[in-house]
Design a protein around this ligand. Structure first.
Ligand code: IDP
Ligand code: MG
Length: 176
């Protein structure tokens, strides 16, 4: 309804981030969430969840013809995952700030940089996969690859009542 819909003020971008079963089993939940928090992202959703096979298949449907698809589905459904929605600033603050401060925020692309390359041996040190993993098939974390996929994935993994609207007190200290 508000100016949020105009081209200069696009919708607030959100990324779907997921700690995969190996990250949970290896006790890396706190470490991984901490990296997103320290960057300045805010959580809008968070849950521990045992993913059913059909959801894993839907989430990774673009990869269904790959030879590793069956083992990928086994991996993702092998234990609980931690599902997260990460945002940069909430719409409320965005309106107060005007569009300028928000433009280029790019939480989706920035989260992908924090996560690092798909193959952890090629991921830069300092990234989550670069620091915490050694193999593509056990790369500890997922992050949406585009804002559109962020929307698609959040709708798949979260029900509306599970997401929380709130304003982080750090926002005015993250953006001038
Ligand atoms: P991404 O997670 O970095 O976006 P994608 O190419 O979208 O990487 O692949 C999705 C997931 O599928 C990877 O994170 C990894 O868990 C798994 N995967 C991708 N390529 C391979 C492979 O060659 N062998 C085993 N698993 C793979
Ligand atoms: Mg991907």
């Amino acid at each position: 309804a508000s100016s949020l819909g105009s081209p200069a003020c696009p919708e607030v971008e959100q990324s779907y981030i997921m700690i995969k079963p190996d990250g949970v089993q290896r006790g890396l939940v706190g470490e991984i969430i901490s990296r997103f928090e320290k960057k300045g992202f805010s959580l809008k959703g968070l849950k521990l969840f045992r993913c059913p096979k059909d959801l894993a298949q839907e989430h990774y449907k673009d990869l269904k013809d790959k030879p590793f698809f069956p083992t990928l589905i086994d991996y993702i459904t092998s234990g609980p995952v931690v599902c997260m929605v990460c945002i940069l600033f909430t719409a409320t603050y965005f309106v107060i700030l005007s569009c300028k401060a928000w433009e280029g925020a790019g939480v989706v692309a920035s989260a992908r940089k924090l996560i690092g390359a798909t193959n952890p041996l090629q991921a830069e040190p300092g990234t989550i996969r670069g620091d915490l993993a050694v193999q593509t098939g056990r790369n500890v974390v997922h992050g949406s690859d585009s804002p559109d996929n962020g929307k698609r994935e959040i709708a798949l993994w979260f029900k509306e009542g599970e997401l929380c609207q709130w304003e982080s007190v750090q926002t005015p200290w993250l953006v001038e």
